[in-house]
Design a binder for this molecule. Sequence first.
Ligand SMILES: Cc1cc2nc3c(=O)[nH]c(=O)nc-3n(C[C@H](O)[C@H](O)[C@H](O)COP(=O)(O)OP(=O)(O)OC[C@H]3O[C@@H](n4cnc5c(N)ncnc54)[C@H](O)[C@@H]3O)c2cc1C
Length: 391
Amino acid sequence: MSATLAWMPSRATKRGDERTPLEGSRDVLICGASFAGLMVARELAGSGADVLVVDRYEIGERQTSACGIPTEWLRVLGLEASERQRFDELVIHTPHGTSTYPLPWSFSTFDYPELCRLLWAGCDAEFETAKVNGRARSPNGDGAIHVDTDRGVISSQLVVDALGWRRILANGDGYQPPEAPLSRGLEVHPGGAGEAMEIWIDRRYVPAGYGWSFPADDELRIGVGSFDPRFHVRDTTELLASDLGRDRVRYQGNWIPHKLRAATEGGVFFVGDSAGHCLPLTAEGIRTALYFGIALGRELRAVLDGGQSRADASARYAGFSDDHRWKFRWMLRAQRLVPRVPPRLLAPLVRLLSARRLVKWAFGHYLGIAPPEFAHAPPAATPQRMAEVAS
Ligand SMILES: Cc1cc2nc3c(=O)[nH]c(=O)nc-3n(C[C@H](O)[C@H](O)[C@H](O)COP(=O)(O)OP(=O)(O)OC[C@H]3O[C@@H](n4cnc5c(N)ncnc54)[C@H](O)[C@@H]3O)c2cc1C
């Protein structure tokens, strides 16, 4: 497996005097510098536009997940150097037995700072650390969106919210856990090695959800995710770690959306967790953040090239996101169904579903929700290009 290039941000998040005022107008303002935000920025590289990316932390400073992804997505994006470990099988434990699923495509864990560094290396945007507070009132009617940060107000015609589930640049619809459709996840990152990517569907750890252990070369990412936001996962994350004889150290957790939200609102573009792009049932949100990030980047690029207006981009991107709604709905149905299966039926069911042809079919469709080939696809046809083709 590829060695991890130990990369840490060159400086910690700016403090005190270093936080000089940050104001003015940019062609594009991308808020959030994790998977979704960096992917949008990378799609805009070479456009000649003045693109500013802001995040409250330095790029790659705070890991936001267990960092598991289909290997092919790392390959198509040229991010293989961040890979830590690769898996051709998935081991599923239930209280009454264990099944091993041979995967038709492999899954990898990666190093978060290194992946962010590689994504950023492909961007030509500017980056600043700043905490986004919300939208500021627009002083004039130029249609620009004004964003209030702890370093000043920045304005742009094209603003992206890639800030995660809080969706800070929306109007505020009272979307708060535990009432909102959010799962909760927590993991520990003890040192140590492991061979298998493992999942536990076991009410001992969580009534509705699953536990996991994802080895990543010299560390393990052991956690529990609950589809029910009212169930606290700290105790059972610790229980799983101690059942595996591992240290309970380096905690990382967050709310995880499991329902799509509007991809555009009030002129702002939302992508990744802020648009609910994380898949229900599996809580896989990195691949989809990259996928929708590419789609959004292509639409914004067409605006910068003069091929379409912001309103065109907004309609097309919202339509693209909505086209996936039925797939997300199916995943959500499965998420609701699994906890209802009586525990004694779970083991035979999991065994039954591990038939090679069925696994191939199911995992093929699952990968197809956000397929790696999308990264190769040509830029989306703009209204101008469509007109050229038609004439
Ligand atoms: C415990 C856990 C494990 C997970 N494991 C996996 C996994 O293995 N594979 C997988 O595919 N998915 C996993 N997920 C889901 C995945 O982490 C998310 O779906 C994914 O991170 C979404 O990417 P994003 O770029 O939209 O948002 P995030 O990765 O959440 O990034 C949001 C960015 O916005 C910044 N930000 C937030 N608020 C502000 C603010 N006010 N001002 C400035 N910046 C701000 C943050 O610093 C961050 O950089 C996991 C989630 C959890 C909680």
